[in-house]
Design a binder for this molecule. Structure first.
Ligand code: SAH
Ligand code: SF4
Length: 346
């Protein structure tokens, strides 16, 4: 196993079977995390990029079995933030020092193309980088968002097991999701994808396949976290994912994509009080602190146990800054686009 790790650390390549063995093996877990931390330091450095997350609507037309925002969940109170409020949150994010805002929502047709363009153009005048995470759209819509100033797009593939994907996402089509990622890449976005770890019916082979998919599409950003069972969804009886397995998937992803941007996700911290700090020391180099205000934080409930629902954006900024300083890292003062290394450098 040590030889496999060494090989991965120096060549950034792994065979599927070796990924499975690393995922299974407990004895090498600490060495895996240390190797991922070294690769992170060597390729993307000690700076941590902060992205201010604005959860602007919890209304969704999709019905993903795992998610609390799914259309058939009648137990949550739905909200939508108006463009003025979204722009105001972006402006505040800037005052906390964020260089990027992430606009995330359910798939909510209320926000017409014209509305999104207006929001993007107004935020762009602030000089912020913008990441969108608003689901599957047409190529024309992606192009229009890009022209209005969107720089990056997050769209997790969730799982690369097509049958599992289509079972978990009724009415959605795996090939369309791939089409979206392809369109986004062609339109010049920095493209982020990712998965949930520990979905019911997901095997270690499937996780290995997911990691190889990130490598195959050369994803600029990879967000992953444990699946957390939500009592208001059809997966209420499913056992959730484990922190340690999610961390291993993340660490192996860092070994294979050394120069990508990898967030220490909120879901990691939902399962472990030190989750984001541990993730930052096991390959991650990005954190997405919440800048949504008031009751909306709590209403944007993808899964139970969401962290920081009663905190203010100012508190989150301070808290995360403290965690980063405590592990000897620093907060980046620039937008934090992927710093691609040429093949010779990899
Ligand atoms: N609607 C958009 C963005 C919001 S959902 C989209 O689906 O792309 C953002 C992410 O939350 C999803 O990609 C999914 O990976 C994650 N998520 C949803 N339900 C979850 C759960 N129960 N546990 C962990 N992560 C979850
Ligand atoms: Fe909607 Fe995204 Fe949740 Fe699916 S994961 S129900 S698309 S918010």
């Amino acid at each position: 196993m040590q030889a496999v790790l060494k090989h991965a650390e120096s060549t950034h390549q792994l065979q599927k079977q070796d990924i499975v063995r690393l995922l299974e093996d407990e004895a090498t877990a600490a060495d895996l995390f240390a190797a991922a931390d070294r690769v992170r330091a060597a390729y993307v450095g000690n700076e941590v990029h902060l992205r201010g997350l604005i959860e602007f609507s919890n209304t969704c037309k999709q019905n993903c079995l795992y998610c609390g925002l799914r259309r058939d969940n009648k137990k949550i109170t739905r909200y939508r933030l108006m463009p003025d409020m979204i722009v105001e949150l972006a402006r505040k994010a800037q005052t906390y020092g964020y260089k990027t805002v992430v606009l995330q929502s359910g798939e909510d047709p209320y926000y017409s193309l014209a509305m999104m363009q207006e929001i993007l153009l107004r935020i762009k005048t602030l000089g912020l980088a913008i990441t969108l995470s608003i689901g599957e759209k047409t190529r024309e819509e992606y192009q229009a968002y890009r022209e209005a100033g969107a720089d990056r797009y997050l769209l997790r593939i969730e799982t690369t097991d097509q049958a599992l994907y289509e079972q978990l996402n009724p009415g959605m089509n795996f090939l369309n999701r791939l089409r979206c990622l392809q369109d986004l890449k062609e339109l010049g976005y920095e493209v982020g994808t990712g998965i949930m770890v520990g979905l019911p019916g997901q095997s270690l082979e499937s996780l290995a396949q997911d990691i190889l998919f990130f490598k195959a599409i050369n994803a600029d950003m990879i967000g992953l976290g444990p699946f957390i069972s939500n009592p208001d969804t059809p997966l209420k009886a499913a056992g959730g994912g484990e922190f340690s397995l999610a961390l291993k998937v993340m660490a192996i992803t860092r070994l294979l994509l050394p120069d990508s941007n990898i967030p220490a996700t909120t879901a990691m911290e939902a399962l472990n009080k030190q989750g984001r700090t541990i993730a930052l020391q096991s390959g991650a180099n990005v954190v997405m602190p919440n800048v949504t205000e008031g009751e909306y934080r709590e209403l944007y409930m993808l899964y139970p146990g969401k962290i920081c629902i009663n905190d203010t954006p100012a508190h989150c900024r301070q808290c995360i800054g403290g965690k980063i300083a405590a592990i000897g890292r620093s907060v980046a003062q620039h937008a934090g686009f992927r710093n691609r290394k040429s093949p010779e450098q990899l």
